[in-house]
Design a protein around this ligand. Structure first.
Ligand code: DLL
Length: 420
């Protein structure tokens, strides 16, 4: 367990490192912090202004790096929806640290050097593929660097190479699961036992769907490029939440930036310990969760966060009501007879916001009578209204008509932009 003094020492090391970047020197000087020793208490630390994605954009591409380019050996970036990507850099030690963090998390899941790990996260600027790859190698497992896509081949290799651990986004896992039959492969021919899924929000109901289709235990992995990549936190098999690795200091803040007590949901803000190339100092993740401190029977001691329930900027405001896509997912998946694929379309008709939810029918319910389909439609509408308080239009669509994702799924289409 980390003592208060160890925590402060860790935070001071990070402050010392970020002060190598002129941007942070200026930013911290404005609140009276000129060197690491100025952080004497946790309150001093909390005076430090938050860092945002926008800070990275303004210092594009390498302005927030805290080591000279000579010491940087890898670049990753995340694309975001607008403008330039946000760029991060890693020293050789950072890459080793990242691999150790992922490997430790995998070990807690009982994954060993005997496992065959298929990495179906995208390789490239996205941190998913290479981040998991290096962690799995560190563990000494057999790594299959598939990257995303090429679904039929993924399944063939999964069977022929005896993959035991699958790593990809939950939406791609679902797609792989539903493609098994088409590829002429039965679940029983596979040796899958654990799936490590993340990079996008998903619900417990989605977890059950994936587990049933692929015959594995699915766990949630969280991370973001700005603080490292996958591995910031990872569930263990006890299912009490995602254990945050000890190289990250989490805070959960309310919209005014005040710290929230354990168990209350707010925005997760992360500071890294001992990351050199691109240290993160009070980085606003925009992800919503709650945290608690304690010891788990799996051996982890420290902070544990709950599954991400949404993003500050994912929240849809429809006729003044706040709605998260995860609530819609929960509502839809609590009704039988449909596939776990959906698309939320938000639009404006005159002055009024309207929400339409496209839900895919399963092959069997597609053959049902109109009356049964109408009943199904109204049950889904009712569930959405119960959970969100909003009436939505529900459109049942043909099996396989909603586009599948090989990476992060797109669940929302907001057509209101530009309309008054
Ligand atoms: O998605 C890193 C990653 C790769 C995590 C593979 C897990 C597995 P970015 O592309 O920078 O990095 O996107 C980070 O994705 O702020 C969250 O909004 C979302 N996200 C990541 N993991 C989860 C998760 C990677 N388990 C952004 N649940 C984050 C919900 C997640 N959202």
């Amino acid at each position: 367990m980390m003592s208060q003094e160890e925590l402060l020492n860790g935070l001071r090391r990070t402050v010392e490192q970020v002060l190598k970047a002129p941007y942070y020197q200026k930013k911290l000087a404005e609140v009276g912090i000129h060197y690491a020793g100025d952080i004497k208490t946790l309150d001093d630390f909390r005076k430090i202004p938050l860092t945002e994605k926008e800070d990275l954009r303004q210092n594009y591409p390498f302005g927030l790096f805290a080591e000279p380019m000579d010491n940087i050996i890898r670049i990753h970036a995340s694309s975001g929806t607008t403008g330039k990507p946000t760029v991060v850099g890693y020293t050789r030690e950072d890459i080793k640290l990242w691999a150790r963090i992922v490997a430790n998390g995998f070990r807690r899941l009982g994954i060993t050097s005997k496992d065959v790990i298929q990495v179906a996260y995208g390789y490239g600027l996205f941190t998913g593929g290479m981040g998991i790859h290096y962690g799995a190698e560190e563990l000494g497992a057999v790594v299959i660097p598939m990257s995303g896509g090429n679904t039929a081949k993924q399944l063939m290799i999964m069977r022929d190479f005896g993959t035991t651990v699958l790593c990809c986004t939950p939406s791609y896992a679902l797609y792989l699961g539903e493609s098994l039959a088409e590829a002429g492969i039965s679940k029983d021919e596979l040796k899958l036992r654990i799936g490590v899924f993340g990079a996008e929000p998903w619900t417990d109901k989605m977890r059950k769907e994936i587990e049933a289709r692929l015959g594995l235990t699915a766990v949630d992995i969280y991370g973001l490029s700005e603080t490292m990549g996958p591995g910031v936190s990872l569930e263990c098999l006890k299912g009490i939440g995602l254990h945050i690795d000890e190289h990250f200091y989490p805070e959960v803040l309310d919209p005014q930036g005040n710290p929230l007590p354990e168990g209350e949901v707010g925005e997760l803000v992360l500071t890294t310990f001992d990351k050199m190339g691109f240290p993160s100092l009070r980085y606003r993740t925009k992800d919503l969760t709650s945290i608690s401190y304690g010891t788990c029977v799996c051996g982890h001691t420290g902070w544990t966060m709950q599954r991400i329930s949404g993003r500050v900027d994912d929240m849809l405001i429809i006729r003044g009501v706040n709605v998260f896509p995860s609530q819609i997912e929960e509502a839809i998946l609590s009704v039988g007879g449909i596939e776990p694929h959906y698309l939320i379309i938000v639009d404006r008709e005159g002055p009024l916001d309207i929400m339409e939810v496209l839900v895919e029918l399963s092959a069997t319910s597609f053959e049902d009578e109109i009356r049964e389909l109408e009943e199904l439609q109204s049950r889904i509408r009712q569930r959405i209204e119960n959970i969100t308080g909003l009436s939505a239009k529900v459109r049942l669509v043909e099996p396989k008509s909603i586009p599948r994702s090989e990476g992060k799924a797109k669940r929302v289409e907001d057509r209101r932009k530009g309309k008054i």
